[in-house]
Design a protein around this ligand. Sequence first.
Ligand code: GDP
Length: 299
Amino acid sequence: MVGSAIVRYLNAHGYQNIVARTSSELDLRNQEAVATFFADEKPDYVFLAAAKVGGILANNIYRAEFLYDNLIIEANIIHSAYQNGVKKLLFLGSSCIYPKMAPQPLKEDYLLSGFLEPTNEPYAIAKIAGIKLCEAYRSQYGANFVSAMPTNLYGPNDNYDLQGSHVLPALIRKFHEAKVNNQEFVEVWGTGSPFREFMHADDLAEACVYLMNNYDGEQFVNVGTGDEVTIKELAELVKETVGFEGELRWNTDKPDGTPRKLMDVSRLHDMGYKHRIGLREGLAATYQDFLKNEEVYVS
Ligand code: GDP
């Protein structure tokens, strides 16, 4: 989702010589394959968006894969970027790097100030390692490697698998299928009380290119909208967007996860970047994209 959004943005804004690989073309967990790719292509600028990602259930079940895959992808790419003289690299982390009970909104300074949320601790540890790799390669080798921490994202090419996905694509699919099948209700996980912030992938892509062009600092930067909704409000909004008329049923056997993770985006705003796409508008566009690509997304 994020990689394709960055490529769309770059293509639409006149950037050329974009080199991309799908995961079936290049397995980023393979150190030798990554080293060969960098030696052959010699990229100047690298957006490191590749990661193993998933929702609350997948993170909690596939704990080894979320830790191992993400650590090795970051280590392989960051080291190869350094060895091949990459001019600048932008590493993408996640808002789940912050402690579960950190004060809100989450300031960049709160990293490593408390215990992590247990459901996604392996993913968070890997992402924290990515930040530290960028800082260490900057400090020891003078590499211009910067990091951005995006909030929860959604948009074209999201994962719609109900066991693996995040809440927003899961709800689009569940409400859509409930409408088509005339179901009485849709099951939603947890209590509905946690707050989440959502950013459209096209806004994130624009922010990434903005940071690539304008930011060279060691301190990582939060990327988000600064707006939040409860899961209950999100579910109502998806229900309305899709046009489902039945009811919501809350399955409290499923975990809530972090109670709140609202990004403090003042650093990004002070630099001159602000998102454009509001949740209602972004959700409507994403539902249209889902309808167009349903066969690909739901297979
Ligand atoms: P998180 O932000 O890392 O916690 O990941 P998710 O996006 O998977 O979950 C966010 C919140 O939405 C949690 O409180 C979930 O329990 C809740 N949620 C409600 N329904 C669903 C669903 O169908 N799928 C997922 N993934 N989460 C859901």
